[in-house]
Design a binder for this molecule. Structure first.
Ligand code: ADP
Ligand code: ADP
Ligand code: ZN
Length: 212
């Protein structure tokens, strides 16, 4: 049976970068709420009793999309996955509770990175709109500037990777998601990995945890 891996960490910690590698190396499905929501930014959620009418409105403000929406996405994705690496969920304690009713976890890895480094990483991030690959103008540049190494598509900057929205996302992380990290730490299944090494070093450290 495939492994069930949860990757936690603040915005910019490298969850997307490492999830992609883990999915390839361990033959897992990459389940990521961020990508799923970006593909459905204009979905009409006005029927739900929510502040905004689309997921995109929350995302552009740096706020969390309502639990009802993301819980349904994850439940659906996990029900069809054997092994998976889950990235971007849970982001608050209610979602963590929901997840525990959906699946069991083999490993929970927390990538720790300093706040200043996170801001530098996020404001310099470029992403591929076609295959989801992540680059950085300085730390992880593609071979040809502005072009995806993997599929040749033109790279873009995410709408929420501006300095102002990044700061709000970091605040929302501290308020809502840091308690999730503490929750898994208290359960005794959290392994903390230093997320500030090179992408290869970080990958080695995570792979060691997954192999155990
Ligand atoms: P997350 O999914 O946690 O938000 P990403 O994987 O998208 O993070 O990485 C955020 C940014 O930091 C991207 O621009 C990526 O290229 C860059 N990055 C990822 N890992 C590292 C690393 N170990 N060192 C330097 N930059 C990194
Ligand atoms: P990051 O680079 O911050 O890790 P993601 O791609 O995971 O970015 O998330 C982008 C945005 O999508 C978040 O700021 C939030 O608005 C929304 N989002 C993603 N996952 C969730 C979730 N589990 N719960 C609520 N909102 C989410
Ligand atoms: Zn691509």
């Amino acid at each position: 049976m495939g492994k069930h891996i949860l990757l936690l960490g603040p915005p910019g910690a490298g969850k997307g970068t490492q999830s992609k590698r883990l999915a390839d190396e361990f033959d897992l499905e990459h389940v990521t709420t961020g990508d799923a929501l970006r593909a459905n930014k204009e979905m009409d959620i006005s029927e739900m009793d929510t502040e905004y009418d689309t997921p995109g409105a929350y995302m552009d403000a740096g706020e969390l999309v309502p639990d009802e929406v993301v819980n349904a996405i994850v439940e659906e994705a996990l029900s069809s996955a054997d092994g998976y690496v889950l990235d971007g969920y849970p982001r608050n304690l209610e979602q963590a509770e929901e997840l525990s009713g959906m699946t069991d976890l083999d490993a929970v890895v927390y990538l720790s990175v300093d706040n200043d480094e996170l801001v530098d990483r996020l404001t310099g991030r470029r992403v591929c709109p076609d295959c989801g690959a992540s680059y950085h103008v300085e730390f992880e540049p593609p071979e040809e500037s502005g072009v995806c190494d993997e599929c040749g598509a033109e790279l873009v900057q995410r709408d929420d990777d501006t300095e102002e929205t990044v700061r709000e996302r970091l605040r929302v992380y501290e308020e809502n998601t840091a308690p999730v990290v503490e929750h898994y730490r208290e359960e005794g299944i959290l392994v903390e990995v230093d997320g500030e090494g090179t992408p290869d070093e970080v990958f080695e450290a995570i792979a060691d945890v997954v192999d155990q």
